[in-house]
Design a protein around this ligand. Sequence first.
Ligand SMILES: C[S@@+](CC[C@H](N)C(=O)[O-])C[C@H]1O[C@@H](n2cnc3c(N)ncnc32)[C@H](O)[C@@H]1O
Length: 472
Amino acid sequence: MSEQSPRPSKPGKPYRRPQKDPVRFLAFEALRAVDERDAYANLVLPPLLRKAREKGDFDARDAALATELVYGTLRRQGTYDAIIASCVDRPLREVDPPVLDVLSLGVHQLLGTRIPSHAAVSASVELARVVLGDGRAKFVNAVLRKVARDDLDTWIERVAPPYDDDPEDNLAIVHSHPRWVVSALWDSLGGGRAGIESLLAADNERPEVTLVARPGRSTTEELLREEAALPGRWSPYAVRLSEGGEPGAVAAVKEGRAGVQDEGSQLVALALANAPLDGPDEKWLDGCAGPGGKAALLAAVAAERGAMLLASEKQPKRAGLVAKALAGNPGPYQVITADGTRPPWRPGSFDRVLMDVPCTGLGALRRRPEARWRRRPEDLEGFAPLQRDLLSTALESVRVGGVVGYATCSPHLAETRAVVDDILKQYPQTELIDARPLLPDVPELGAGPDVQLWPHLHGTDAMYLALIRRTG
Ligand SMILES: C[S@@+](CC[C@H](N)C(=O)[O-])C[C@H]1O[C@@H](n2cnc3c(N)ncnc32)[C@H](O)[C@@H]1O
């Protein structure tokens, strides 16, 4: 018998080693870090990008694409999960998280970018071969081919319940927010469908990078001359960097004369600084100062008025960041590490007090694309006693006639009005000051006396501020 087979076997496809695409691979690494280590995308990404650039793997366009893939995938996770769930025959929680990350990255390329479908599928399958192996790459291929058959709007229509049947569920899937967050934002915003839809859509946009020219240390004119930037909308100290502007490369930022700061945060600090006050105006306190954005602006304004700022922060590491932010301030200031619920200073010591309390951060979802998925309604219960204690400290720390600013970067009513209402009942010798005139020219601030800023109305984070005067 001949050793040769009578019919030559059909040659199999030769094995081809998967090609590692540095952009997709980096985006996958970042998503894994966010999932496995609870890392923040905005902290994980920059060092990965820097390393890739140093290795010569990346140019600026690659970095922009990797950033878009990571942020877009995380923001749109709720919508993409619903789409993927309808294309696989088991519950999503039974799909391995790394497989789900490759799928979500693929779905984002297919439905959320201009990358052609065939390129999106083949790049994702190639990534799957590198990071998951050939077997699971076939699964990825099958799912993404199904997804590629329709566009985003068609998919959303298919997987979201009709608005009239369940408005919150519909908005949760259409705008990729957890349902409880949709509900909380809507409670705070009020109004009908158009407003909440604009807000949720704004949460999915990348925010502009805004700088603050710290008074006495730099001016907006200087920044506008030196950088590709536009004047801020509301704050006299703000400039908005043009798209792609790198704040880290701005000389004034490197030297601490300017900082990166959302205009909402600037407005809050300035409203407290400008609230009318009788009597001395010499001692200011920031009781929750880390990492120091508002403290640096307050200290600079205080310096111009001959006042001093005490910046206090509980976490030593964050107190270090405050010290860094304040270094070079032209007037007197002090940074201390202290628990604001057990203050080391004497009651009634300050003329102005800012309490920018720890909160869920539901007002800064534009900046933290993963935050909405990580937060739980139970977190509110965790913050509630601390927020009340810190506001009580603020009211104890201010002198009679002095002003307290209670601020959050969350619009959740449980963290804003509920805290202020509760605590003011315990401190009857206080009055709310109308904060609206202290944010001059800013429209749509509601019925007052407190103010709530919104991304879709003001282009800022959803900062909340109540100004309270001690009357006795
Ligand atoms: C929302 S952040 C403040 C942001 C800051 N005002 C800024 O503009 O950069 C809240 C800060 O309060 C700090 N913190 C938490 N518990 C505290 C406490 N018991 N006493 C003082 N600070 C506290 C947190 O570590 C965090 O740095």
